[in-house]
Write a protein that binds this ligand. Structure first.
Ligand code: SAH
Length: 395
């Protein structure tokens, strides 16, 4: 079997069961024939540390699959891992009221580089590393036999694949092609999801629990949903009794689908307004018109794609949060998020504090939020936490 020896002292993170080995930690490689194949990992003094997938082109050269020398990395190994992930979610996802959720969350389910989301009768997969790609056929076989969906669709059309030397791909992997819009339920709210062309795997499943919380703050309120995408937060706000919603998004397509989703849940065009605009501009426009609101949601796309963008991203977050705080009526509520992995919870809190200071308002934090419950994080992989949110009242 192919093997890799680490440099002296570079086994520390592995002994703490962190699943990534960077190229700089590797001393030598032996007998590797195929990119993505499984290697045995040894310390400088030849102690067995684990099995992992080898990726020739990535900075993350090895993603660890197992720390147990007795494991055999084969179809049955992946079968057990998939079963474990499904079983875990049975404890906290009520499939009678929610049939769209993440089944496999990559490293955090001990299946590095593999994302699998379920949308009613369809599964959507992302193979984000060479290692995951290497086992694609087996994984599709396991998913089709254990879950028995109508179809499995691949959405590996993401840039990170290129860091692994892989092409971006999408298409049917197994079974039926999903229709253009798949209807799902989320906490008994109905949504149409565009699996084939939507963001990520189609829907922001990671905001499910936060959307639920929003409904508790919405009764009789005028709510501004910034970066509204297909109206996830808006449906929950209206279900919570909101008086009026304003959706703002730069994408006409996303707004069109949010209209469908709002009407699917029984809401009329009088209940909401759809604005196709840049949020940075629109918030300034509202400021200039002296508009005031009760609740504002800020759920922007990732502003920091890499560590070098942290500063610029921080300015962007501060800008929209400052504007939003100024637009809120007395005791208004702000739901604000950052999904940039490079912006830590600590930094995000500091940005919010800076915005609060500059707004001249008194801001009380009510909740710190994170990604939904099915987007689990293993203790040894803090990188798994990417979504940070803060709910605050503004006076
Ligand atoms: N809150 C949503 C997800 C938001 S995703 C949900 O729960 O489903 C981010 C959205 O921001 C996308 O729909 C994208 O079209 C939009 N967007 C990106 N940059 C924007 C900008 N500068 N102004 C307005 N919308 C923007």
């Amino acid at each position: 079997m192919a093997s890799v020896k680490l440099k002296k002292g570079r086994d520390k993170s592995l002994l703490r069961k962190h699943p990534w080995i960077f190229s700089g930690a590797i001393d030598s490689v032996k007998d590797i024939k195929q990119n993505g194949e499984t290697v045995q990992i040894f310390s400088a003094d030849r102690k067995f540390l684990g099995y992992g997938s080898y990726s020739e082109h990535s900075q993350i050269t090895i993603r660890v699959l197992s720390y147990d020398v007795n494991d055999k990395i084969d179809l049955d190994f992946f079968n057990q891992r998939v079963k474990r992930a499904i079983e875990l979610r049975k404890n906290f996802i009520n499939t009678n009221t929610t049939n769209a959720y993440r089944i496999i969350n990559a490293e955090s389910d001990f299946l590095p580089g593999l994302i699998v989301d379920q949308y009613a009768d369809f599964l959507v997969c992302q193979f984000l590393s060479v290692g995951a790609e290497f086992w694609k056929k087996e994984i599709v076989e396991i998913l089709s036999t254990t879950i028995k969906p109508e179809g499995i669709f691949e959405r590996s059309d993401v840039e990170v694949r290129e860091k692994e030397g892989l092409r971006q791909v999408k298409g049917i992997l197994w079974g039926k092609e999903p229709p253009d819009l798949v209807e799902v339920i989320e906490n008994n709210n109905r949504f149409l999801v565009n699996i084939k062309h939507g963001h990520k795997t189609g829907f922001y499943l990671d905001q499910r629990d936060n959307r639920n919380l929003l409904s508790q703050f919405s009764n009789s309120k005028e709510v501004l949903n910034c970066f509204s995408y297909t109206g996830g937060f808006s449906v929950y706000a209206l279900k919570g009794g909101a008086k009026k919603i304003i959706n703002v998004d730069s994408s006409a397509e996303a707004l069109a689908l949010s209209e469908k989703n709002l009407s699917l849940n029984g809401f009329k065009s009088l209940d909401y307004e759809n604005i196709q605009n840049d949020v940075f501009k629109y918030l300034r426009k509202l400021r200039d018109e002296n508009k005031q609101l009760d609740v504002i949601i800020l759920d922007p796309p990732k502003f920091a794609e890499s560590a070098s963008q942290i500063e610029k991203a921080s300015r962007g977050y501060k800008d929209i949060n400052l504007l939003a705080m100024k637009l809120l009526r007395k005791n208004g509520v702000l739901f604000t998020f950052s999904c940039s992995g490079h912006i830590t919870q600590e930094l995000f809190s500091k940005i919010i504090a800076d915005a609060a200071n500059d707004s001249g308002k008194e801001v009380n934090i009510l909740r710190y939020l994170t990604q939904a419950i099915d987007h689990t994080i293993i203790t040894n992989f803090p990188e798994g936490l990417y979504l940070k949110g803060i709910v605050c009242t503004v006076r």
